[in-house]
Design a protein around this ligand. Structure first.
Ligand code: URA
Ligand code: SF4
Length: 211
């Protein structure tokens, strides 16, 4: 099965899923979306009101800000895969519960396996907890980690910034730095000292050749 076919199959399963109680309150399940060839995957928390109505991830206020943040990283929404740790909306946007997270994890794992992204970006503490144990977001936001042979970058949730202007700035800075990690995926590992970028080497003078 191609990656695209696998994603389609996962999508169909999610849409019919009743593995946890969140199925009862959903309008539409939100499997996630983006190209099967995406090199980067963004993982949020769970659908909110608008996502539940439309069946698409990050289409509300937090989604608008995510678009802006993607711009800071030099990315377009159309070239990344975006999903959540739970695919159905928790009532009144409450936190997903442990039993819901574990029931839904099979779909996220299958999406990661199908896409095999170079980089995973976690948005908020629930997706962070899947990859980094005992991490505190206030200490490790914006940092690259190695998890299961991949780079995982842990970000604050964009919705957290909607009411906290300081976090907005932090997120924009962290996403701007993400751009560098994407260009240099092999090197970063935790802990990451903040070093200024090395000065660019002067290009060697062009060799003139007459023949
Ligand atoms: N917040 C999330 O975590 N996911 C969405 O899809 C929308 C808002
Ligand atoms: Fe199934 Fe996940 Fe929806 Fe629960 S949240 S019903 S596990 S798709």
């Amino acid at each position: 099965m191609s990656a695209e076919e696998s994603l389609q199959a996962i999508r169909a399963q999610v849409q019919q899923c009743r593995a946890c109680s969140l199925h009862a309150g959903r309008t539409l399940a939100v499997p996630g979306e983006g190209p099967a060839e995406s090199q980067i995957m963004f993982i949020g928390e769970g659908p909110g009101f608008h996502e539940d109505q439309q069946g698409k991830p990050f289409v509300g206020q937090a989604g608008k800000f995510l678009d802006e943040l993607l711009g800071c990283a030099g990315l377009k929404r159309s070239e990344v895969f975006i999903t959540n740790v739970v695919k159905c909306r928790p009532p009144n946007n409450r936190d997903p519960q442990p039993d819901e997270l574990s029931a839904c994890e099979q779909y996220l794992d299958a999406q990661i396996e199908a896409i095999n992204p170079r980089v995973i970006v976690t948005l908020g503490r629930f997706s962070m907890a899947k990859f980094v144990s005992n991490g505190r977001i206030s200490q490790i936001h914006g940092r690259p980690h190695r998890a299961a042979g991949r780079m995982v970058v842990t970000m604050y949730h964009p919705a957290a910034a909607l009411h906290q202007p300081d976090l907005k700035k932090t997120l924009m800075e962290d996403f701007s730095r993400l751009k560098q990690f994407l260009q240099e995926p092999e090197k970063p590992a935790i802990p990451t000292p903040t070093v200024p970028p090395a000065p660019k080497k002067e290009a060697p003078p062009e060799q003139l050749s007459l023949f």
